[in-house]
Design a protein around this ligand. Structure first.
Ligand SMILES: Nc1ncnc2c1ncn2[C@@H]1O[C@H](COP(=O)(O)OP(=O)(O)OP(=O)(O)O)[C@@H](O)[C@H]1O
Length: 268
C-alpha cells in the first residue's frame, strides 16, 4: 500500500433514519486533487467531517497509510487533525485580529491552546506564518485587520492558517460557495498550486461542475450518501451527469444551471 494513501472502507454515518453517508469506499493516493460534487444533502460535508473525525462514523473504517484513523483518541486524534487541515465556506477568521495572528492560530495544534490564546509565538513561527501568507500573495496584508479583507482574501488567509499546521491532507468544504467568480478562481488556483508544490492531498466539496472539471484530477459524485460516480473529469460527460442526477437534480447543483458545459444538456 502507498505510504500516505487515504483509504475509506464502507464508511457510513446515519442521523436518525437519514443515511447521510452510506457505505462509501474510496482509496485516495497521496497528492491527488479530488472534487466531491452532488446536490444539497448528498452527504459531501458529512464525508469530509468523517475524515477528520468531526463526525463519528456509524460503521466503516478510515485509514491514512498505516494509521487507523477510525478509533484515534486524545493526543493521537489531535495529531490526526493537525495532519488533516480543514477549511470552510465561512473562513472562520477572528475578524478583529490581524491577518498574521489569524494564521498563527493554525499553530494551536502544536502549541497548546493556552499559549496560543496568549499569542505567544516564536520568531520561527511568525516567519512560517509570514511565508505561508506570502505563498498566497497576501504578505502585504499581514498586519491588517482580518475583517477588512475581501471574502476571497479571507479564504486565502484560512488556507495559510491551515498550511502552518503542515498538514498532509487538506479538506475544503465548499470553499468558494460564497465568493464571486474572480475570488473563487484565486482560491481554487491557490489550492491547486499547494497541491502541486507540496504534494498535499486535497479533497474539495464543490457545487460547481465546471470548477470540478477544471481543477480536479478525480471527481467523486454523491447522491443520497452514496458514491454514484468516481472518475476523471473527461469521464464525467454530460450524459453521465444527466444519468446521475436527472434533469431536475441537475438544477440542484447550483452553477450547473449557468455552466457552459452543462448548457449543452438542454434541448436545442
Ligand atoms: N448533524 C446532523 N443532524 C442531523 N442530520 C444531519 C446532520 N448533518 C447532516 N445531516 C443530514 O445528512 C444529510 C447529508 O448532509 P450533508 O450536509 O453532508 O450534505 P451536503 O451534500 O454537504 O449538502 P450541502 O451541500 O447542502 O451542504 C442531509 O440529509 C442532512 O440533513
Amino acid at each position: 500500500m502507498e505510504p500516505n494513501m487515504l483509504s475509506l472502507a464502507g464508511l457510513s454515518r446515519a442521523f436518525g433514519d437519514t443515511r447521510a453517508v452510506d457505505r462509501v469506499s474510496l482509496d485516495i493516493p497521496e497528492g491527488q486533487f479530488v472534487g466531491v460534487i452532488g446536490p444539497s444533502g448528498a452527504g459531501k460535508s458529512t464525508l469530509l467531517r468523517l475524515i477528520n473525525r468531526l463526525v463519528e462514523p456509524t460503521e466503516g473504517r478510515i485509514r491514512f497509510g498505516a494509521r487507523d484513523v477510525t478509533g484515534l483518541r486524545g493526543r493521537a486524534l489531535r495529531e490526526w487533525r493537525r495532519d488533516c487541515a480543514m477549511i470552510f465556506q465561512q473562513f472562520n477568521l477572528v475578524e478583529r485580529l490581524d491577518v498574521l495572528t489569524n494564521v498563527l492560530v493554525g499553530r494551536i495544534a502544536d502549541h497548546g491552546l493556552l499559549s496560543s490564546m496568549a499569542m505567544r509565538f516564536s520568531d520561527a513561527e511568525r516567519t512560517l506564518a509570514f511565508h505561508a501568507l506570502d505563498r498566497l500573495g497576501l504578505a502585504h496584508k499581514a498586519l491588517e485587520r482580518a475583517g477588512n479583507l475581501s471574502g476571497g482574501q479571507q479564504q486565502r488567509v484560512a488556507i495559510a492558517r491551515a498550511l502552518v499546521q503542515r498538514p498532509r491532507v487538506m479538506l475544503a468544504d465548499e470553499p468558494i460557495a460564497s465568493l464571486d467568480p474572480g475570488n473563487a478562481t484565486r482560491v481554487m488556483d491557490a489550492l491547486r498550486r499547494i497541491n502541486r508544490e507540496d504534494g498535499l492531498t486535497v479533497l474539495v466539496n464543490l457545487h460547481t461542475l465546471d470548477t470540478a472539471r477544471a481543477y480536479c484530477d478525480r471527481i467523486v459524485a454523491m447522491r443520497a450518501g452514496r458514491v454514484m460516480f468516481d472518475g476523471t473529469a473527461r469521464q464525467l460527460t454530460p450524459d453521465v451527469v444527466r444519468d446521475l442526477y436527472g434533469t431536475d437534480g441537475l438544477a440542484e447543483i447550483d452553477e450547473a444551471v449557468t455552466s457552459t458545459s452543462l448548457r449543452r444538456l438542454e434541448p436545442a
